[in-house]
Design a protein around this ligand. Structure first.
Ligand SMILES: Cc1cc2nc3c(=O)[nH]c(=O)nc-3n(C[C@H](O)[C@H](O)[C@H](O)COP(=O)(O)OP(=O)(O)OC[C@H]3O[C@@H](n4cnc5c(N)ncnc54)[C@H](O)[C@@H]3O)c2cc1C
Length: 380
């Protein structure tokens, strides 16, 4: 009997996993003992880290898109369709366009969804670089911004790439300085909790750097609404600030199908943080942003988790006990200006300790972004 592995989501986690399985289970796939199907609702694979550079005119958003069919091994069945329902008792998925899909093992890699509509006025009054269209329109806004109050507001956690909002304000500071406009631009960074980043070690590292560069900080700042006409953000705490240019990191949610299937609240799957198995259903794993492990929502995390789940699935299919576990490994380059960056690596047992910024690390980040396409294909 054929064992059918279905992966929902062809972003970083799902694509790396599909190619990992194609390699690891090559003989079983060739003999027909195993079938791997990857379902994605977009024919393209999207690499989001490119969007950080779009507002500063350094990349085009199209640089972050490639046809998924060019990245996924031929032995994987690729289906471009949207999964609309997960029935974990019947082990069946319904999709928008095609026939239902029966699975033996399911991996959810559906990523994060932006929910700007939860904050009245945010769509009309703010910009973002957490979406392709947002990054494009922010570029126009930033280019014509020659003075005034730029506010970057992180609206809720978790959100993708916890470092990216810090990177944006560090880059903006440098960008305006290099263009001789910094004295005319006030920069404010707001964060929902009592520090500037969810991780206390990174917050402690970043805060003095923000002070040194005259980046104002507002903590315990939870926007409730945005008034696009008055250009004012009102918060749950009762404070409000005026802005001339608002860059909002919108609230994030996971896929609707996750909550509807009873796998976890807000679209994040409740998983064992080491095995990545869903707590509320058998035969289901989650990786990447979808897996509620408490580690950052980052591509590096999705990549490492894909490797773990690939090993576990191969063991299960071969009738052996799965032993691979995820140790919380996270890796992240942090841009600290337009041409320097820091780097952190940490896991469940070892906290992050950002290294001194250098130009070399900035180039390493850019080089990684280029080589990403090999990573997605399972070649790195
Ligand atoms: C501006 C920005 C900068 C970033 N920088 C970095 C960085 O420097 N380093 C880093 O490690 N991470 C970075 N990230 C975060 C990283 O991009 C994400 O954490 C990563 O993409 C998560 O991978 P994933 O596989 O979980 O989800 P995704 O890559 O988002 O993929 C999810 C896929 O599932 C599909 N999907 C969703 N629902 C369905 C459905 N119902 N049916 C079918 N398909 C569905 C989506 O279309 C998508 O293709 C950044 C993110 C942003 C926005």
């Amino acid at each position: 009997m054929t064992h059918h592995v279905v992966i929902v989501g062809g972003g970083t986690g799902g694509t790396v996993l599909a190619n990992d399985l194609a390699d690891r289970l090559a003989s079983e796939l060739a003999s027909g003992e195993v079938r791997v199907t990857l379902v994605n609702d977009d024919p393209d694979h999207v690499y989001k880290p490119v969007w950080l550079y779009v507002p500063f005119g350094q990349r085009e958003s199209v640089d972050g898109r490639r046809p998924l069919a060019d990245l996924v091994a031929d032995s994987v069945t690729l289906r471009i369709d949207r999964v609309t329902d997960v029935d974990t008792d019947a082990r069946r998925l319904r999709t928008r366009e095609g026939a239902p899909i029966e699975y033996d093992s399911l991996v959810l890699a559906t990523g994060s969804r932006l929910a700007p509509g939860e904050i009245p006025g945010l769509r009309e009054g703010g910009h973002d670089y957490y979406s392709e269209s947002g990054a494009e329109s922010l570029r126009e806004a930033l280019l014509s911004f020659t003075g005034g109050h730029l506010v970057l507001s992180v609206i809720g956690t978790p959100h993708m790439c916890p470092a990216a909002p810090l990177e944006f304000v560090f880059m903006a500071d440098d960008w305006f300085r290099k263009r001789g406009l910094r004295e005319d631009v006030d920069i404010t960074y707001t964060y929902p909790i009592q520090r500037v980043h969810g991780n206390p070690h990174i917050a402690e590292w970043a805060r003095p750097r923000m002070d040194d560069r005259d980046i104002h900080v507002e903590t315990f700042f939870n926007p409730e609404s945005v008034d696009p006409e008055d250009r004012r953000i009102a918060t749950m705490e009762g404070t409000d600030i005026e802005y001339d240019l608002l860059v909002g990191i919108p609230p994030h949610r996971g896929a609707d199908i996750v909550a509807e299937a009873g796998l976890g609240d807000s679209g994040w799957v409740d998983v064992d943080e080491h095995t990545l198995e869903a707590e509320n259903a058998d035969g289901v794993y989650a990786i990447g942003d979808t897996a509620d492990t408490g580690v950052p929502n980052a591509g590096s995390v999705a990549h490492y988790q894909a490797g773990v789940v690939g090993q576990r699935l191969a063991s299960e299919i071969r009738g052996r006990p799965p032993t691979a576990t995820y140790d919380g490994k996270t890796l992240c380059f942090i841009e600290t200006g337009m041409d320097e960056a820091s780097f952190v690596e940490f896991d469940y047992d070892h906290p992050p300790s950002p290294v001194p910024p250098s130009q070399k690390l900035h180039w390493a980040k850019l080089a990684y972004n280029e080589s990403y396409w090999l990573t997605a294909r399972g070649l790195l």
